[in-house]
Design a protein around this ligand. Structure first.
Ligand code: THU
Length: 128
């Protein structure tokens, strides 16, 4: 089935700034109202300042006024589909545990919920 969120994640992956790792990542985040927000990893010569694709997409969405999300698609060209790193899981969890997290390579797809990827996430208050 054609999946435009997958196309969007693959498209933005090409814009990643990853000269140090060579590992380009694209993320496409769908808000509850059906809009799509894009992110890619942005590396830095001071390596620890790198921003992952997932957090970059969250920032774009929040800056556009969105805080409720349905699904994120992560696109890489790794051998296996890669889930978000631990830091990104916590940042995604800020907006609720029901987010669908899909990851694609050119030939494979993986599917999770954020609750599966980060059980017992830290939060100041319980999720509704
Ligand atoms: N990276 C992401 O953008 N998302 C992830 O979930 C994992 C890692 C980036 C960070 C760095 O630029 C490169 O991939 C290699 O770790």
């Amino acid at each position: 089935m054609h999946d435009s969120l997958v196309d969007a994640a693959r498209g933005v992956r090409a814009r990643a700034h990853a000269p140090y790792s060579g590992f380009q990542v694209g993320a496409a985040l769908e808000s509850e109202d059906g809009e799509v927000y894009l992110g890619c990893n942005v590396e830095n010569a001071s390596y620890g300042l790198t921003v992952c694709a997932e957090r970059s997409a969250i920032s774009a969405a929040v800056a556009a006024g969105k805080k409720r999300f349905r699904r994120i698609v992560i696109a890489t060209e790794a051998e296996q589909p890669t889930p978000p790193c631990g830091a990104c899981r916590q940042v995604l969890a800020e907006f609720g545990p029901d987010l669908v997290v899909d990851s694609v390579t050119p030939t494979m797809v993986a599917h999770w919920t954020l609750r599966e990827l980060l059980p017992s996430a830290f939060a100041h208050r319980p999720f509704a």
